[in-house]
Design a protein around this ligand. Structure first.
Ligand SMILES: Nc1ncnc2c1ncn2[C@@H]1O[C@H](COP(=O)(O)OP(=O)(O)O)[C@@H](O)[C@H]1O
Ligand SMILES: [Mg+2]
Length: 273
């Protein structure tokens, strides 16, 4: 199973929006997708209009198996969701004495079958759930907002990721995409932030250059408990997220369908996964 976490230590940069649209977009391309909310704010469930008594909290505590917590609605076959609620805020305290509590989620998810991709939404804090999300995945998607604090937040996030890489060196943690969100090229802030992202040694190579343009339909879609393709399939946001999903899915297709030798022959540098 391919595993992606959507992270950024800054709030309001489009993490939940991106996690939901990536999950829905990959599902539309025929992947069976599990979307997991690892943010106690529970915005994934709010956005999609889903709730369940079995949440990420019960999964983390071992009270229910992941399969029992998955919600799958008839209107979105192939998209399973594990929601979160503010009750997950207490996990930190409840699990304080538990050994290896940072890898609980990855161990609980190990035996889960039936999905091609797992997408995890995360909170803007380096808390226990965020550690668990990062230690559960092979790839990171980082949305970055177009304001002056965005780069600082992105770098802070990468520092956290690097800390995890040094503490758990056996874990794969690839920066799959840096996604500029709410881009408005008429503003200096957007142009300057994009330029700085492109010039950054770590983030530049992973930059999704076209970005996700500013689009109010994303907010209206969330209020209507719909994905962007359900709410406004002809919108700018639907177009941009389709391109992002195609890039993410395409990258994966190359990895699975081309052998190392073929890539070397074609002169393509194999990325480290
Ligand atoms: N490309 C965009 N254009 C306009 N508004 C956006 C865009 N992406 C996200 N938003 C809005 O910004 C707000 C914060 O997004 P959200 O995904 O909840 O961020 P986070 O999960 O990082 O806190 C929401 O109201 C969302 O609808
Ligand atoms: Mg969020």
């Amino acid at each position: 199973m391919r595993t992606l976490a959507v992270v950024n230590m800054k709030g309001g940069v489009g993490k939940t929006t991106t996690a939901v649209q990536i999950a829905a977009g990959l599902r539309a391309r025929g992947r069976r997708v599990l979307l997991v909310d690892a943010d106690p704010q529970g915005n994934v469930g709010n956005l999609l209009g889903l709730s369940s008594p079995h949440t990420i909290r019960e999964v983390m505590l071992g009270e229910v198996a992941p399969a029992e917590a998955i919600i799958e609605v008839d209107s979105r076959p192939g998209l399973g969701v594990i929601v979160s609620t503010p009750a997950a805020f207490t996990l930190e305290t409840v699990l304080a004495g538990t050994v290896q509590r940072e890898t609980l989620l990855s161990r609980r998810m190990k035996d889960l079958h039936g999905f091609d991709v797992m997408v995890i939404d995360s909170s803007p804090a380096m808390n226990l759930l965020t550690y668990n999300a990062l230690l559960c995945v092979g790839e990171i998607v980082m949305p970055v907002g177009m304001d002056t604090m965005a780069l600082a937040g992105a770098r802070q996030t990468l520092n956290g990721v690097n800390e995890i890489r040094s503490l758990w060196p056996d874990r794969q943690l690839t920066l799959a995409a840096v996604v500029p969100t709410a881009v408005n090229m008429n503003t200096h802030a957007s142009r300057a932030t994009l330029q700085a992202l492109a010039a950054d040694k770590e983030m530049g190579p992973a930059l999704f250059e076209r970005g996700i343009r500013q689009c109010i339909d994303l907010t209206y879609a969330a209020a209507a408990h719909q994905t962007i393709w359900e709410y406004a399939p002809a919108s700018r946001a639907a177009e941009d997220y389709s391109a992002l999903v195609a890039q993410l899915d395409g990258a994966q297709t190359i990895e699975t369908e081309t052998t190392y030798g073929e890539k070397a022959q074609a002169g393509i540098q194999p990325s480290i996964h």
